[in-house]
Ligand binder design. Structure first.
Ligand SMILES: O=CC(=O)O
Length: 352
């Protein structure tokens, strides 16, 4: 792995992609491979130093790709390949201006993230955080079985007459995979609002009916966000992070939600106002929250009001973290970079 060669195409990788995937890049004689050597997020200074002359960069969500990095790489950079479906850490306008392509990893993580959405809805609603903690801390003997101890709202419809409504903010692939998982739980209605700035809000499109028919639901409807808040039993936040979705779940939204409802966020922390959520949870405005992402992650202090909240389950951004999915994501990211470096079409490029 030499650091530079005028004959070879240089690919810089900001995290070792593991023994199943690294051979995709290591086995290529046309490639000059440079890999961040440590088992932690790549230092920006290292990236700036090593990007010089690169044809492609394989990056993680923790790497910010902006004009400074692109300048450091120089005019030979053909593509940035992120091992993620989200790309708000990449300045896409700057990429487009310089005709640099962006590879990303949608689809391969859909099922894994949808699994975590259901897990969070169940864990939050059924008091998993506080009940598991009391067992871990040896306090179970003080809480022997009692008729209504640690009860929470049931995710599945307890009877055909008590129907469940799923609400979504953002209604892409992961939302639809999550919805499919809710059907066996007895959910019959789905309502969704997309990007709050979208002009299409409030009007259902034809595919909603097709989706409802295919899943056997009574209805799938596009509605305004106030309706998502007030009518859902669980609200799943699954829209991309961007300035237009910043704090889409704010205090007003949370105060419209049912007191028995659960909020799940598996998209980006910036979509939910953490301070407002902590306040509303404390006051019992909603039942619980399950978060795979939080504003300011990973720097959330243990004494943050949300972390202290017994009915707020917080996971450290593990939505796609299954062995199978991470290998698929890493392979796609590596193949995107390889193709771009060799001047071939990337298997999965974002339309910039
Ligand atoms: O958050 C993870 C991703 O965008 O893939």
């Amino acid at each position: 792995m030499s650091q530079s060669s005028t004959l070879k195409h240089k690919i810089v990788v900001t995290r070792n992609l593991g023994p199943d995937v690294m051979p995709i890049l290591e086995g290529r004689t046309e490639i000059d491979l440079v890999v961040w050597p440590e088992d932690r997020a790549c230092d920006r200074e290292w990236l700036l130093r090593n990007a010089t002359g690169a044809a492609a960069l394989v990056i993680m969500v923790s790497d910010k790709i902006d004009a400074e990095v692109l300048d450091a790489a120089g005019p030979g950079l053909r593509a940035v390949s992120t091992m993620s479906v989200g790309y708000e850490h990449v300045d896409v306008k700057e990429l487009a201006k310089r005709s640099i392509a962006l590879g990303y990893t949608p689809d391969v993580l859909t099922e894994a993230v949808a699994d975590v959405c259901i897990m969070l809805a169940l864990m939050a609603g059924r008091n998993a955080k506080q009940t598991a903690a009391l067992v871990n801390e040896g306090n179970w003997p003080q809480f022997s079985w009692a008729p209504f101890l640690f009860c929470g709202p049931q995710l599945s419809a307890p009877s055909p007459s008590r129907q469940r409504t799923a609400g979504f903010i953002g209604f892409g692939r992961i939302a639809k995979a999550t919805l499919a998982r809710l059907v066996p739980f007895g959910f019959t209605r789905c309502i969704y609002g997309a990007n709050p700035n979208s002009t299409r809000q409030g009007s259902s499109d034809d595919s909603d009916k097709e989706l409802a028919d295919r899943l056997g639901l009574a209805s799938v409807r596009r509605v305004d966000l106030d309706t998502v808040a007030s009518e859902s039993d669980v609200v799943f936040v699954l829209a991309p992070g961007s300035p237009s979705t910043y704090h889409v779940v704010n205090e007003e939204f949370l105060r419209r939600m049912k007191k028995t409802s659960v909020l799940v966020n598996a998209s980006r922390g910036t979509l939910v106002d953490s301070d407002a959520l902590a306040r509303v949870l404390k006051e019992g405005g909603i039942w619980a929250a399950g978060l795979d992402v939080v504003e300011g992650e990973p720097n959330i202090p243990a004494d943050h009001p949300l972390v202290r909240e017994p009915r707020c389950v917080i996971l450290p951004h593990i939505g796609s973290a299954t062995n199978e999915t991470r290998v698929d994501m890493a392979s796609l990211a590596a193949n995107n970079a390889l193709a771009a470096a060799l001047g071939e079409p990337m298997p999965c490029a974002l339309n910039l």
